[in-house]
Structures are given as structure tokens and as C-alpha cells.
Design a protein around this ligand. Structure first.
Ligand SMILES: C[S@@+](CC[C@H](N)C(=O)[O-])C[C@H]1O[C@@H](n2cnc3c(N)ncnc32)[C@H](O)[C@@H]1O
Length: 317
């Protein structure tokens, strides 16, 4: 089922939010003014069917957090994990642009009977596809469950894959500031380019970003919601303003939320209709934080590309 939204001519944002709270409309995404930067589409359907409707080489960044058969929820059950994953990996390769990137979140120690994990995906990708691995990012967090029979887990991973060596990467957009003392030392280091040093440091492939606790203000209710900060770093570094980002396991739509903030267009899909409510909660949170949640909503993939082409033609006029 695709979510159709025909409400491009809605009134002020606050009254829209009130309306959403008073009268939730099943199957309809909230929508704001018609002439804002980002176009978004959230379709409720199976990811492989959704991917088949997307043109070849059309996506700059695919950022996904797939199910791993861990039975975390009803959607987390597939009989032969890698057989199933191979279907969306093949389609993802087809839709990714030659300068594009794909990020896959996961863990390397979640294995249970019949489950998959990032090791299975990496093994499959290395042996059966033309994707190239650029980085494995270690997402380190200080908050997590305690353990008594093993070392308590404090990391998950994300792999960054590309189709060609000509991939887009904007390191400057995600550099981290040096402290005054670090900067002084770094500027004395002859191995470092002083121009780059002044812009800040490379955040490396180990990222310390807090996990969302049950009582985190960012939570919208999805059991495996990712923090905005980690998605934001990938979106900034691996896509550019006005490019297209795809998340075909959207969950709460964290990727869509970041795309609105960062001026990217976003295609999302999830098999669970609850994604719509979760995503509306993200929009409410953006309002509460004083962020602008305006975007144009497309009913399906065809309309999404039509809207983007129309915007591009208008800009060229
Ligand atoms: C790990 S969650 C994603 C959470 C998301 N990163 C967030 O920040 O909210 C995986 C999502 O994949 C969806 N899913 C599972 N199987 C699917 C399928 N075959 N097609 C589309 N979505 C699917 C589930 O409904 C679930 O919301």
C-alpha cells in the first residue's frame, strides 16, 4: 500500500500539528507547504516490491537498518536469512548511482538460531556482489545492558559500501573540532595539511554516540530506533543537498527526518503501517525543538521522481 497525500495546500504548521493530534488520519502522511526543498515518500509495502519500482542508478545514498531475524518484533522473522537479504542487496546495487554509497547497520554478535548478522551480509557481499567495502564504522556507546557471564556490549557496527572508486564523500561536513591544545599540536605536526587541520579532525571510524534509552527525548516508540546524530553524519558525508536518500527499512523514519533537516529528498518504505505514526511523532518532535519539519509529500515512487524533475526544471528556467 502506498501512502497518498494530496494535502499540499495545507495551512500553517502549528494548526496542522493540532489537526494531526486531534484527528489522526490512517494512511496519510502529514504534509506542509508545496515549495519547500525536500520531497519525501513513505510507502507501506515489502521492500523488494518497492525497490523494483525505483529507476537504475538513481539513488545517492541508501541508509538501512535491516531486520536480522532476532525476533525483536513480528517483522523480524525470515526462514533463510541470506536468501532473503540477497533479494534486496541485488536491487540496492541496481538503484545506487555510480557515485553513491550504501550504509548497512547491524551487529556482529547477535547470532541466534536462524538469525542473520552483519558478518553474513559482509560475507555475501564480498563473495557474490560487486560492492566495495570502504569502512566498517564502530558505533560505540557508553550506555547499555549490564552483563555477568560476558563483557557487556557497548558497540554496534555499520558498513559503508560503494559501487565505484568515484564515490562522493564530504569529509569537511563532518569534521570534529579540535580543542585549542589539540589544534596547537596538530598544526605543528608536519604530516598534517594545516589547511585541513584548521577545518577540524577526521571523526575516524569509531563513533561515540549515545544509544537511545527508553526515556530518551528522541524516542518515538519504535523498538530499534536509531539516534538522529548517527544518521545525520552519514547523510551529511555521503549525500549532498538536493540528492536522493533511500531507506527501505524505514522503521520510525529517522532517515526521513534527517533528510528534511539537511535538504535531501528521501524515499522510504516499511512493511508495517505503524511507521506513519512513528514518523508523525518525529515531525512533532522537530516542531518542539524549533526545527522546520516542512516537506512535500509524494504518494508513490513515480510521483516522487516527477516532483523532483519538476523542481529541477523550474530551477533551470
Ligand atoms: C531495525 S528496524 C528500522 C528502524 C529505523 N532505523 C529507525 O530508526 O526507526 C527494521 C524495520 O524493517 C521493517 N521491515 C521488516 N521486513 C520488511 C520488509 N520485508 N519490507 C519492508 N520493511 C520491512 C520493520 O517493520 C522495521 O520497522
Amino acid at each position: 500500500m502506498a501512502i497518498h497525500n494530496r494535502s499540499h495546500h495545507n495551512h500553517a504548521l502549528m494548526s496542522l500539528n493540532r489537526l494531526r493530534k486531534d484527528k489522526p488520519v490512517q494512511g496519510t502522511l502529514s504534509c506542509f507547504k508545496p515549495d519547500e526543498q525536500s520531497v519525501l515518500c513513505l510507502s507501506i509495502m515489502d521492500c523488494v516490491d518497492f525497490l523494483k519500482t525505483i529507476p537504475d542508478n538513481s539513488i545517492q545514498l541508501i541508509c538501512i537498518d535491516p531486520p536480522y531475524n532476532l525476533k525483536l518484533a513480528g517483522w523480524d522473522t525470515y526462514d533463510n536469512y541470506i536468501d532473503w537479504a540477497s533479494l534486496w542487496i541485488k536491487e540496492a546495487y541496481r538503484v545506487l548511482s555510480p557515485k553513491g554509497s550504501m550504509v548497512i547497520f547491524g551487529g556482529i554478535q547477535f547470532r541466534q538460531e536462524k538469525s542473520g548478522d552483519l558478518i553474513d551480509i559482509i560475507h555475501y557481499i564480498r563473495n557474490q556482489t560487486k560492492f566495495q567495502l570502504v569502512n566498517t564504522i564502530i558505533w560505540h556507546y557508553r550506555n547499555g545492558m549490564s552483563a555477568h557471564r560476558f563483557f557487556a556490549n557497548r558497540h554496534e557496527e555499520a558498513i559503508w559500501l560503494v559501487k565505484t572508486k568515484d564515490y562522493y564523500f564530504d569529509l569537511d561536513s563532518v569534521r570534529e573540532p579540535y580543542s585549542d591544545k589539540e589544534l596547537e599540536l596538530a598544526l605543528k605536526d608536519k604530516r598534517l595539511n594545516p589547511e585541513n587541520t584548521k577545518k577540524g579532525k577526521n571523526p575516524t571510524n569509531v563513533w561515540e554516540i549515545g544509544r537511545l534509552n527508553g526515556n530518551s527525548k528522541e524516542r518515538v516508540g519504535h523498538p530499534t530506533q536509531k539516534p538522529v546524530e548517527i544518521i545525520d553524519r552519514f547523510v551529511k558525508a555521503l549525500s549532498y543537498s538536493g540528492s536522493i536518500v533511500l531507506d527501505f527499512f524505514a522503521g520510525s523514519g529517522t532517515v526521513g527526518r534527517v533528510c528534511i533537516s539537511e535538504g535531501r529528498h528521501c524515499l522510504m518504505c516499511d512493511s508495517d503501517v505503524s511507521s506513519i505514526d512513528y514518523f508523525n511523532k518525529h515531525l512533532d518532535l522537530m516542531c518542539e525543538l524549533g526545527q522546520n519539519p516542512e516537506y512535500s509529500s509524494a504518494g508513490d515512487v513515480n510521483e516522487f521522481f516527477d516532483m523532483i524533475h519538476n523542481k529541477e526544471s523550474k530551477n533551470e528556467e
